[in-house]
Design a protein around this ligand. Structure first.
Ligand code: ADP
Ligand code: ADP
Length: 236
């Protein structure tokens, strides 16, 4: 089952007398249950690709489908609607609101939904997502009372609460020390093993290598790396 498909996607930025071909004929298919990494050197087009995938920007040309829906030529309003219902996003900066509780942070995407859920359903969904990231015991804390790794877990729960088709993760470990970063990657792998489709952008090859489908961006062009043998097998 195909979740995400880009065909011949190009993005050209025009500034004064300059044209930058940030993405060149990118082809990318992500299937349900995939664990995808996109890596590459600075300036290769990772942020541009992620903002197209996340419907924050539109391509110059090419086709983009999310769950079979054509999303290559949307107005900003339409894009926002589809983003809210189909796409979860986790950033390097956790982007949590310190004035409200962890519970309310995770509930936010549900409270913004057009089809209102009952309070009971919101509570059930928020608690389920907090459980998925092992943070149930911090539901009534404020985000600034938590460590960076805990805040990133909350951000992951918030990204999942609206049950998106896919979770995009942008350098999720960039603000974390390496052992906390490893724990966040473990959380993502666990979510993937339980069925969440994940596409992460990372410049850290040790994380990129753990994905089951690996893409490398080089100067706006995408390469698929051969599947590493037994990528998911734990030692022992
Ligand atoms: P990465 O995230 O891999 O560092 P980017 O996607 O940010 O790469 O950038 C890819 C290329 O597109 C770079 O040459 C960058 O300068 C250019 N670029 C990105 N955004 C813009 C923009 N808004 N206007 C002009 N050029 C841009
Ligand atoms: P950086 O790439 O500078 O490290 P982040 O990874 O935190 O920063 O964020 C990537 C970009 O996506 C930011 O410019 C952020 O403002 C933008 N963004 C804002 N709102 C959303 C949203 N709802 N969904 C996806 N991206 C968003």
């Amino acid at each position: 089952e195909i979740k995400i498909q880009m065909k011949n996607i190009s993005k050209v930025f025009e500034t004064e007398d300059m044209e930058t071909h940030a993405l060149k004929d990118v082809n990318l298919t992500i299937y349900k249950g995939d664990y995808v990494s996109i890596s590459g050197p600075s300036g290769c087009g990772k942020s541009t690709l992620l903002s197209l995938l996340g419907l924050l920007d539109m391509p110059t040309s090419g086709e983009y489908m999310i769950e079979g829906m054509d999303v290559a030529n949307l107005s900003l309003d339409e894009a926002a609607k589809i983003r809210n219902s189909k796409i979860g996003f986790v950033f390097q900066s956790f982007n949590l609101i310190d004035q409200i509780s962890v519970f309310d942070n995770v509930a936010l995407p549900l409270r913004y939904k057009k089809d209102k859920l009952s309070n009971a359903e919101i509570e059930q969904r928020v608690n389920k997502c907090l459980e998925m990231v092992s943070m149930t015991h911090r539901a009534q804390h404020k985000p600034n009372q938590l460590s960076g790794g805990q805040q990133q877990r909350i951000a992951i729960a918030r990204a999942l609460v609206a049950e998106p088709a896919i979770l995009f993760v942008d350098e999720a470990t960039g603000n974390l020390d390496s052992s906390t970063g490893d724990q966040i990657m473990d959380v993502l792998e666990q979510l993937n093993q339980n069925g969440t489709t994940i596409c992460m952008v990372t410049h850290e090859s040790r994380y990129a290598d753990r994905a089951t489908t690996q893409f490398r961006l080089l100067d706006g062009e995408i390469l698929t790396l051969p599947n590493p043998p037994a990528a998911k097998e734990e030692p022992g």
